[in-house]
Structure formats: structure tokens, C-alpha cells
Design a protein around this ligand. Structure first.
Ligand SMILES: Nc1ncnc2c1ncn2[C@@H]1O[C@H](COP(=O)(O)OP(=O)(O)O)[C@@H](O)[C@H]1O
Ligand SMILES: [Mg+2]
Length: 484
């Protein structure tokens, strides 16, 4: 629960929401408090100013003073204020009616004396809060005598306003506390629904059910692209699983054929007594099948090993022209049998590179054997090589049957044969080009094929070589082959 994404998002939304709401309300409250206090202070200052002016300008106009002190306040319904005017012997001159009932005058005098000119808080007898202030006011223009003005204003109304504000603050905060997590939870659930759907799909996937896909309709962009990536991964997995199961079916099939042949021949031979020659024939034929089997198993093992990332090459300095020559020698006889000309075309300079000699010989051998197998009498097979920057290209081309364009992309696949019934007689297993490709890949390069049906085929191995090493090799080789 604590660790779910929905919970964390919800908690995040709710905390942020609560924080923002609290911050807004508290700061508004503080502003309001300040403004209210300011308006009270301004009111008091205004009154003081009026009274001092009257005392200074018209000290004898008792009516005007009385109106200001006694009548105006009494006429008020809210925010009552009280004014007391005392002379310098502390004798009250004028006082708003009811002031003595409401306020402790002795205390008022004490407090205003303690904080001259400032506004201070005081509690009235009925529990109302007052703001009070006291200032001296010179009487007459000559100012020989000075009275004191004491003013108190009832601020309980303003405090009620603030109290109501605080009440609503708590109500809103409580609502926020309930509503934000609910809304946040809805948003979070909505946001992570696609993720859950992906998880559900992923749970349904197994090696026998790779067909499920996520439909990213209505997903937000980021998740739609995640879903797309996920689907592509499933596409690739499905493709590899298909390949693997096709591959194992092919292996089983290719292993069964020779085993069945051996078994059939042995069974037939055992039906009755045979002459020594007949037994020899059967054994020879069984041996042929056994060789075929062990070749096939050898090829499979090789491909398995080549795929392992631990496989490394036994690189040595190889003169590519010489290597091609050896392959050519090996296949000369069968080329002559098939009445096919087999030649080598090596560019002027000698090409030397660090290669795994045995593997490279095997790759080129596979290519030549393919070319010979598919070239009719009178055709030609050419082996060649060329260097370019940091690449060497080794090719085998023929003037044979060629490969139809639709089969071309698959010829490097294991067990793939263009026309399996037709090439069955040629004894292949469909692993030859797969092995060629994996040898090229082991050398850090790749094999490419181009073919025109009826005109011929050309397979090229592109192998990268370290340029510096290649020249050095060249020098080494020249040293090695210098006059004996
Ligand atoms: N030089 C070529 N000319 C025509 N077809 C070829 C040539 N090389 C390969 N092929 C086709 O590609 C298929 C795969 O070749 P390969 O992997 O060597 O398997 P295999 O030789 O055992 O059949 C062959 O069955 C053949 O149909
Ligand atoms: Mg082959």
C-alpha cells in the first residue's frame, strides 16, 4: 500500500493541495488582521486629530466638543467608541455617556500613560475588546495648559469577523483534507491504468501465447510509446520463438532421415542371410549416413558455439590469396568432374590480414561447394579478394542457377533451402550459409549475397581489418618471405 504508485501520487497531490490551501488562507488571514488593525488605528488617529484641533483652535466652544464627545458616539450602533477629556489636574472635563459602565477608567488612565501615543488593547466590562489610546492636547493657541484625550473603540465586531473567518478556514481545510486525496486518487488511478493494463498483458504472455498485444488507444503520449516499445519487443520475441521452434523441428527432421536410413538398411539386411559383398554394401551405405549425421551434428555444435559471446578467434597473419588458393586446390577435382571452371582472381597487391585461418577456409569452402553444386557444366566459379580502406572483401561468384529474389533474404537462415526437394539430392542440410554468416560475424564483419536467377550468384564476405595492423602485417610477411 505505502509502496504503490497510486498511493504515492495521491499523497503527493493531497499534501501539495493542503499546503497550498493552508498557505493561501493563512496569508489572507494575516493580511486581513493587518488591515483591520490599520483601519482601527486610522480611526483613532483621526479622532485624536479632530479633538486636538478643536482644543487648540476653539478651546471655549463647549458645544462643539460636547457634540463630538457625547453625541456622535452615542448615535453609533456598531463599533461604539468612548472619549474622555481630562484636564491637567486629572479632573474629567467631558466624557461619552456610558464610558464608566463599560471601562475601568483607572486602568484606562494607567495603560494609556504606560504607552503614550500608542494604541493598546483593553478588555471592557461586558467582555468586549477595546483598542485604547491617550494623548495630551494643548488647550488654546498659547498652550499654557494641556488636557488629555483618552479614546477607546470597541473592536469586538472585527474580532467576530476574524472568528468567522477562522471557522471557515477550518471548514475549508477539513474539506480539502477529504476532497484532495479522493480527487488525487482518481487522477492517479486514471494515470496508471495503462501501466496496469500492460502488466496484465505481460502476465498473460508465455512461450505458448506470444500473440497478446497492448492497444495503446487513448493512452497519454509517453505511455503510448512505452506500449509501442513493449509491443515491438513482443513482436521480436514471437519471431525468435517461431524461429527456434522451426529450428528444432528442422533439426529433428534432419537427424531422423539418416537414422531412419541406417535403420531401414540394417533391417532389410537382417531379413535373411547375405553374402559378404552384400554386407559390405550395407555397411558402406550405413557409414555414409553416419558421416552425414556426424557432419550435421558437427555443424550444429559449431553454430551453437559461434553464438556464445565467449567464442574467440585464433587470429593469425593470413595471406588471403594463398588461402583462396588452398580452397581452390581442394575443390579442383570436383569442379573438373562437374565440368565447371574454377579460377582465382586476386588484385595486384598481396592482401594480408589477421584472420582465423581454419574458419575462413571453412567459410570460403562452403561458398565454393554451394557454387559448384548450383552451376551446370560449362559454367564458371571465381574466387577473389580486394582491399578497401579498412575492409577486405572476399567473394565467390558463379554463373549458376541463381536464387529467386523472394528467397534471397532467407538464405542465411539455418536449415533454409531454396527448393528443399530439389537440393535434397545435393546432400546439403541448409546450414552452410548460416555457418558462413556466423564466421563473418565472428570476424566483426558480415556476409552479403546477390543473385539473378538464371545468371548466377555472388556471395561476398566483408571483413574489417585494423589498417595499422594490416600494413605492419604486410611488412612482417615481406620480412618472413624475404630471400632465404
Ligand atoms: N551459389 C548458389 N547458387 C544458387 N543457389 C544457392 C547458392 N548458394 C546457396 N544457394 C541456395 O541457398 C540454399 C542454402 O544454402 P546452404 O545454407 O549452403 O545450404 P545447403 O547448401 O546445405 O543447401 C541452398 O539450398 C541453395 O538453394
Ligand atoms: Mg551449402
Amino acid at each position: 500500500m505505502w509502496r504503490t504508485l497510486a498511493f504515492r501520487l495521491t499523497a503527493g497531490y493531497a499534501l501539495a493541495g493542503l499546503f497550498l490551501v493552508t498557505f493561501a488562507i493563512v496569508s489572507l488571514y494575516l493580511v486581513l488582521v493587518g488591515e483591520l488593525e490599520k483601519s482601527t488605528d486610522l480611526f483613532l488617529a483621526d479622532k485624536v486629530h479632530v479633538l486636538r484641533t478643536m482644543l487648540r483652535e476653539r478651546p471655549d466652544d463647549q458645544d462643539a466638543l460636547r457634540e463630538e464627545i457625547e453625541l456622535e458616539s452615542a448615535a453609533r450602533q456598531y463599533e461604539h467608541f468612548y472619549i474622555r477629556l481630562i484636564d491637567d489636574r486629572n479632573t474629567p472635563v467631558l466624557m461619552t455617556p456610558g464610558m464608566a459602565d463599560q471601562l475601568d477608567l483607572a486602568q484606562l488612565a494607567k495603560r494609556t500613560q504606560l504607552h503614550p501615543g500608542r494604541t493598546v488593547r483593553m478588555r471592557g466590562r461586558d467582555g468586549h475588546d477595546f483598542r485604547v489610546t491617550g494623548v495630551s492636547a494643548p488647550v488654546g493657541a498659547s498652550a499654557t495648559q494641556s488636557d488629555t484625550v483618552q479614546i477607546a473603540i470597541d473592536v469586538s465586531q472585527k474580532q467576530e469577523l476574524l472568528a468567522r473567518y477562522r471557522f471557515w478556514f477550518w471548514v475549508i481545510l477539513l474539506a480539502t483534507f477529504v476532497i484532495f486525496p479522493l480527487v488525487g486518487y482518481q487522477i492517479a488511478r486514471h494515470g496508471i491504468r495503462p501501466v496496469e493494463e500492460m502488466a496484465t498483458t505481460a502476465r498473460h504472455i508465455s512461450s505458448t501465447n506470444l500473440r497478446e498485444r497492448i492497444l495503446p488507444e487513448g493512452y497519454p503520449f509517453e505511455l503510448a510509446s512505452l506500449a509501442g516499445t513493449f509491443n515491438q519487443m513482443l513482436d521480436r520475441l514471437e519471431e525468435s520463438f517461431k524461429r527456434i521452434s522451426r529450428f528444432s523441428a528442422d533439426i529433428a527432421h534432419d537427424l531422423r532421415t539418416p537414422v531412419n536410413n541406417i535403420r531401414g538398411e540394417a533391417e532389410v539386411a537382417l531379413v535373411r542371410a547375405r553374402s559378404a559383398d552384400e554386407y559390405r554394401d550395407v555397411i558402406e551405405s550405413c557409414l555414409e549416413e553416419a558421416v552425414r549425421l556426424s557432419d550435421l551434428i558437427g555443424d550444429l555444435l559449431f553454430l551453437g558455439r559461434a553464438e556464445s559471446p565467449l567464442t574467440d578467434l585464433r587470429r593469425e597473419l593470413v595471406d588471403v590469396g594463398e588461402l583462396l588458393g588452398r580452397v581452390l586446390e581442394y575443390y579442383e577435382a570436383s569442379a573438373a568432374d562437374g565440368e565447371v571452371s574454377l579460377t582465382k582472381a586476386v588484385a595486384g597487391e598481396r592482401v594480408v590480414a589477421e584472420l582465423d585461418r581454419a574458419l575462413m577456409q571453412r567459410a570460403v569452402g562452403n561458398l565454393v561447394s554451394n557454387a559448384l553444386a548450383h552451376t551446370p557444366p560449362g559454367g564458371a566459379v571465381v574466387l577473389g579478394t580486394s582491399v578497401e580502406a579498412s575492409m577486405i572483401h572476399i567473394f565467390v561468384s558463379d554463373t549458376g542457377a541463381g536464387i529467386p529474389a523472394e528467397a534471397l533474404p532467407r538464405v542465411f537462415d539455418r536449415f533454409f533451402r531454396v527448393d528443399s526437394s530439389r537440393s535434397q539430392g545435393l546432400g546439403g542440410t541448409g546450414l552452410g550459409l548460416a555457418i558462413v554468416q556466423s564466421i563473418a560475424v565472428l570476424h566483426g564483419g558480415k556476409a552479403e549475397i546477390s543473385s539473378l536467377p538464371g545468371q548466377g550468384t555472388r556471395v561476398t564476405l566483408h571483413i574489417p581489418i585494423d589498417c595499422a595492423a594490416a600494413t605492419k602485417c604486410d611488412a612482417d610477411m615481406q620480412l618472413a618471405s624475404s630471400p632465404k
